[in-house]
Every structure is written in structure tokens, then in C-alpha cells.
Design a protein around this ligand. Structure first.
Ligand SMILES: *Cc1c(COP(=O)(O)O)cnc(C)c1O
Length: 382
């Protein structure tokens, strides 16, 4: 079983050795830029590469402002704080995500509410969101959305663009506008993915990216907050210890965070960003070959939603059953070809088991069936 798939993957990577799920590729000016920071001694919190990385990322995504952070979780923590998420608030998100999405909510003293995803996008479902809100929330005269059960404020909604495939942002934006929820996009996995021509992470009030080692580009560790001018300026202030500009005095006007990205990491990011479009072209070609190879088989290859350009960060298939999923995981990993099941649903983790939730049928269905296939960038042979 799955011998043909394993052979196919080995052919793509031209390797008989261990094939990882996603390895970084450094084929550009990484050494030169990182070397610059060492030569200049500006390796830490001040330096030209941080400014450049933020400018380049704002230009690439079309976001008015881009603020670099130490990691994607910190970026999301700040994004939630920027839209006013505070102690005791509720924040609607999807149960099918990486734990960082929920942890960032918890760092604010808030609590996630789990609403179902769509099978088509693997992202938060606007209809499930509407249904949960209709049954469990009310819109008060002060313009705030509150839980009917206990009056807690439902402040924001955090969809996640799973494996790089954009969620239904028009649908979600419409529900959020009507229910007065701030839309915060966890675009950690979707750098380079566009929804109807607009970069993911730029359609809500705030969006966040991650440059962890396993993402489409990496800074070692790092993240980015995408926002408009006003929230962007405030993000910069909050992530840099809330220090008022002054030539020598230390005046901090609120409890800020030491969340800024070191120059050393930003240098790596600048070199990686220069290669992003080439990486995406490689990934989209690999995805097309997977799709062709699997056409007609009982593994359903996950494709980008209509009107979107996905970065195809992690390729995925939907198995026919949980038993087939287990067989696929065993056969591939046993043959040193790394594959992985999708995350266990967040509502199953003891830390989030007490949280409110709607019907999660699609998330449960996908949880039992989705497997990621090796997805590292394969550069054309020189
Ligand atoms: C990677 C990731 C993050 C952020 O991760 P960091 O490791 O903190 O950069 C957040 N959400 C999702 C869905 C992710 O995949």
C-alpha cells in the first residue's frame, strides 16, 4: 500500500534518504546579510535590516505597516491586544489550528470559543460563526457583542489560513461587521497567499505572520504584525517596551513587551523574502504534480479555494477513513518519508477543554482524515 506514492515522493526529492516534511532552503544572500550584521556589531534590537525587512514585507503584502516580532505567537498576542482583547473576553476561533492561536488568546486573559471549519478551505466557516452567534450572542446598545449566557464580551474573531489556503474572508468579514467583532487573521502559514488579489492578513483589522523554521520563509524565529498606520504605530510602540522616543531618558508610558525581532534574524528574513516568489512557484509546481499523481486515487488532494492563490505551504490529502489515514502514516514514516496527521482539535487539549464550542462536525471529520505530505521547496536542478 502507498508504494507508488512513496516512490513518487522520492523521485521528486531525488533522494533515497530521510525526507522531512518541510526543511528550509537557503539559496540566496543569507550568508552575506547575516555576515553584515556581525561585521557591523548590530546583531540585536537596533539595526538597518529590521527596518528593511518591515518595509519589504509591507510592500510585498500591500499592508500600510508591518512590524517585526520575535515570533508569530508574540505577533498574534499583540494583534489581539491592539484590537482591545482583554481579561475575561471571548474570542471566536477554529478548533483545527496550531496551539499558538489559542495560547495568544489566553495570554490576553481571554478565552477561545471554538466554531467549525469548512471542508473546502479548512478555515473558519462563516455560516458556523453566524449560527453560533445567533444562538449564543446578542448585540447590545453600547455596540458590544456579548454572550447571552453570562454577558461576557465577544471581542474578536481569529480565522487561520490552514496550510496556506485562504479562509472565506468575505464571508467572515461580513459576519464580523454585523456582529461588531474585530477580525484578526492568523496568517502564520499563508505568507504569499492571496484572497481575491489581496494578501492574507491584510483584510481584517490586523493580521500576523510567522517565520519559524518550518514556515515558507524563515528568520530562525520571527513574526510580523500587519496593520494600518495607527495600529501599526501602536504595535511598534508596544513591542519595543513602550519607550517614548528620547535621546537618553528612559520613559515607558505603559507595560510594553520586549517582542522586537533582532537584526540578525531580520537579515536572514530579507534574504529569504527575496526568494519567496521563486519558492512559491516551486511549491505550486510540486502541488500540481501531487494532484496529478493522486488524481483518481482514494486520497483527495487538498487544492486552493476558488479566487485564491495559495502558497501551498504544506501539501495535504484527505483520506477516506481514519483507518486509511493510520495506514498512510505508518507506511510513509516507516519508509523514512515524513508525513504527519493534522493537529488534534484544540477543544481536546485539557487546557482548552472547558471552552465554549459550537457543532464541530467538519473539524472532527477532517481531524480523522487529513495527512500532510513532504512539502519542502525543490529548486530546479542547477
Ligand atoms: C507557526 C504558527 C504560529 C506562530 O508560531 P511561532 O512559532 O510562534 O512563530 C501561529 N499560528 C499558526 C497556525 C502557526 O502555524
Amino acid at each position: 500500500m502507498f508504494d507508488a506514492l512513496i516512490r513518487f515522493i522520492r523521485e521528486q526529492y531525488r533522494s533515497e534518504g530521510f525526507i522531512p516534511l518541510h526543511a528550509p532552503v537557503f539559496a540566496g544572500r543569507e550568508q552575506a546579510y547575516v555576515g553584515d550584521t556581525i561585521a557591523s556589531t548590530f546583531v540585536s534590537s537596533v539595526g538597518a535590516y529590521v527596518d528593511r525587512f518591515e518595509r519589504d514585507m509591507a510592500a510585498y503584502t500591500g499592508s500600510p505597516r508591518a512590524v517585526a516580532t520575535v515570533n508569530g505567537t508574540a505577533a498574534l498576542h499583540m494583534a489581539l491586544q491592539l484590537v482591545g482583547v482583554g481579561f475575561g473576553d471571548l474570542v471566536v476561533t477554529q478548533p483545527l489550528t496550531f496551539v499558538a492561536t489559542c495560547n495568544a488568546i489566553a495570554y490576553c486573559g481571554a478565552e477561545p470559543v471554538f466554531v467549525d471549519v469548512e471542508r473546502r478551505t479548512l478555515g473558519l466557516c462563516p455560516r458556523a460563526l453566524e449560527t453560533w452567534l445567533t444562538e449564543n450572542a446578542r448585540l447590545d446598545d453600547d455596540g458590544l457583542c456579548r454572550a447571552k449566557a453570562d454577558g461576557r464580551i465577544i471581542r474578536a474573531c481569529v480565522p487561520m489560513h490552514t496550510f496556506g489556503h485562504p479562509a472565506d474572508l468575505d464571508g467572515l468579514a461580513d459576519v464580523c461587521r454585523r456582529w461588531r467583532l474585530a477580525l484578526v487573521e492568523d496568517a502564520a502559514e499563508s505568507l504569499g497567499s492571496f484572497y481575491k488579489g489581496r494578501h492574507t492578513g491584510t483584510l481584517g483589522e490586523v493580521g500576523t505572520l510567522s517565520f519559524n523554521g518550518n514556515k515558507i520563509i524563515t528568520t530562525g524565529g520571527g513574526g510580523m504584525i500587519l496593520a494600518g498606520e495607527a495600529l501599526g504605530a501602536r504595535a511598534k510602540h508596544l513591542t519595543t517596551t513602550a519607550k517614548q522616543p528620547h535621546p537618553y531618558e528612559y520613559v515607558h508610558d505603559e507595560v510594553g513587551y520586549n517582542y522586537r525581532l533582532p537584526n540578525l534574524n531580520a537579515a536572514l528574513g530579507c534574504a529569504q523574502l527575496e526568494q519567496l516568489e521563486a519558492f512559491i512557484a516551486c511549491k505550486r509546481e510540486l502541488a500540481a504534480r501531487y494532484a496529478a499523481h493522486l488524481a483518481g486515487s482514494d486520497l483527495q488532494f487538498v487544492v486552493e479555494p476558488a479566487d485564491c492563490r495559495s502558497n501551498y505551504w504544506l501539501n495535504a490529502v484527505i483520506c477516506e477513513s481514519g483507518a486509511q489515514r493510520d495506514a498512510l502514516l505508518q507506511a510513509t514514516n516507516g519508509a523514512e518519508v515524513m508525513t504527519r496527521p493534522i493537529w488534534a482539535l484544540m477543544n481536546r487539549l485539557p487546557i482548552y477543554a472547558h471552552c465554549r464550542k459550537g457543532d464541530l462536525s467538519n473539524a472532527e471529520w477532517l481531524e480523522a482524515r487529513v495527512v500532510n505530505l513532504p512539502s519542502s521547496v525543490i529548486l530546479p536542478a542547477a
